[in-house]
Design a protein around this ligand. Structure first.
Ligand code: SF4
Ligand code: SF4
Length: 198
């Protein structure tokens, strides 16, 4: 589900805030698990996602890794945690009934889809609809905040922004690092700060 953002998809009038409505309703995904079964399903986790998984599933971060429910992936040259996958590339949390087994703890990317986020130069972000995604959309609209379903959308957005700034800084520092050892040290410190103590 992680995709490159094509700038042509997003014109100013398509940028959404949490209070705007979007035509994302898809009949509760009835009978469809397409976004959870794509080969190599790649759901990258942020710090907020990991905190929720740890809290709701009663696992430590290390426990999630040991159980294969979370793995590390390299994204833009940086090691980040992502959801584990089975041998066919489907999400490790997809139940046998084709439904998400961790609905209340599902990560932000899953909550958003087919919406995505685009960040602006000042660090703020907007949501936008990936028009070509999810062929089951009925055209019915729902408020973005309700679609995401977080208890406190303002806190969520604040935390996402803080994490995004830290990740941006890490990428910049890794790019400017003078040795592989320095990159490893930067990476380790980032993972320790944001995930290993979750
Ligand atoms: S493609 Fe649409 S209907 Fe199918 S699982 Fe994804 S969001 Fe649900
Ligand atoms: S966490 Fe749930 S919604 Fe997200 S990819 Fe896995 S099964 Fe699908």
């Amino acid at each position: 589900m992680l995709r490159e953002i094509n700038e042509n998809w997003i014109t100013e009038d398509k940028l959404l805030s949490a209070n705007d409505e979007a035509a994302v309703v898809c009949n509760d995904c009835a009978g469809c698990s397409e976004c959870c079964t794509e080969t190599g399903c790649m759901i990258i986790l942020d710090a907020y996602d990991v905190k929720m998984l740890v809290r709701e599933l009663n696992y430590s971060f290390e426990g999630l890794l040991s159980a294969g429910l979370v793995r590390f992936d390299v994204v833009d040259g940086v090691v980040l945690p992502g959801l584990g996958v089975d041998e066919k590339g489907a999400c490790a949390f997809l139940g046998k009934n084709g439904r998400c087994s961790i609905h209340n703890a599902r990560p932000g990317i899953c909550r958003l889809f087919p919406l995505a986020r685009i960040y602006h130069d000042d660090g703020s972000f907007s949501y936008f609809l990936q028009e070509s995604e999810c062929g089951r959309r009925t055209g019915e609209k729902i408020k973005v905040a309700d679609w995401l379903g977080y208890d406190d959308i303002e806190d969520y957005e604040k935390q996402v922004r803080i994490y995004h700034d830290a990740l941006k800084e890490l990428k910049e520092n890794c790019k400017n690092a003078r040795s592989a050892e320095e990159v490893t040290a930067l990476q380790s410190a980032f993972l320790k700060k944001w995930f290993l103590n979750a």
